[in-house]
Write a protein of this length. Sequence first.
Length: 368
Amino acid sequence: MGDLFGMDDAARVAPGLRRGRGAVSNRVGRYERETRAPVDDGWEGDEDDAPPPLRTRLIPDASRSVIARNASPDLPFDRSINPYRGCEHGCVYCFARPTHAHLGMSPGLDFETRILVKRGAPRLLEGELRRRGYAVAPIAMGANTDPYQPAEREERVTRGILEVLQAHRHPLSIVTKGALVTRDLDIFGEMGRAGLAQVAVSLTSLDNRLSRSVEPRAASPQARLRAIAALSRAGVPVGVMLAPVIPAVTDHEIERLLEAAARAGAKWAGWIGLRLPAEVEGIFREWLEAEMPDRAARVMGRVAELHGGKVYDGAFGRRMTGQGVWSALLRRRVETARKRLGLASRPPELRRDLFRVPPRPGDQLDLF
Ligand code: SF4
């Protein structure tokens, strides 16, 4: 059966099974031929027979390199590290979702529940920093998936990467929606004060009900503001990213979000508009239909207005903040609020001159 948007709903998962998750379905990725979804087989059963809610599975990732490079002219970094593939925070709008299709998994619920963990990342990183000809430049974390998602509490892969960067005085920028970032205040404080680290906390809404629905396992808005305050007190250059601003859903909060972040100690602010590449469009539409059916058509109309008539325009220079009247209006509101609140538009430059190449095993022995 088709839905409001003419999509097949075979992949939908019952609300009880996806409790605490963002996506409504486990719709297939571009490369899969078959849909998998739990079905009612018609046998009566009591509540005890109901299948349990979806659990998160951690899967070892056997990647042999850890620094990913990019040449995008609209990104302020040329290299990044993602300790995890998939993200349990489960934000409905997450533009990293389509990467799970490349792994043969669904960008829907699989993205939130089947998380690949790069346990070898700290060791690989040390080797890559040691390579002859390595030219130092800030490494971005959180550009794709969140380094402080729930798995990090036990796995500590992000912590291991930070320890390598700290030991070799390598610059780092990080963006997160996880309050766990404050666990690593000791490292961020020292690196921040040395001009080697800056942190941005991503905020979408101050409305707890909306946040729980659209980004179900990310930290609450209040916990994110407390993280900004703790980072600021520790001497870490900290900013806020309104990422994303969702037209007709959260754009009325722009000024209040920036005021709350500035009060907490943020020193700069950035924003990106909602963008819905590949499978994310269908996932977002399904969520809209389930959560705010009366507003769904208006929201999608505004999203298209922001992107020059298309739901998604991936062109460099336009994909982050859109184009046209709507984009200009949002930009002006952010700019006006920034000026009023004394927020910069970008973080401070990070130092590169302090970098020390990791010694090779046995180098110490050569001293004697
Ligand atoms: S926290 Fe970031 S990476 Fe994780 S699901 Fe949300 S938007 Fe995606």
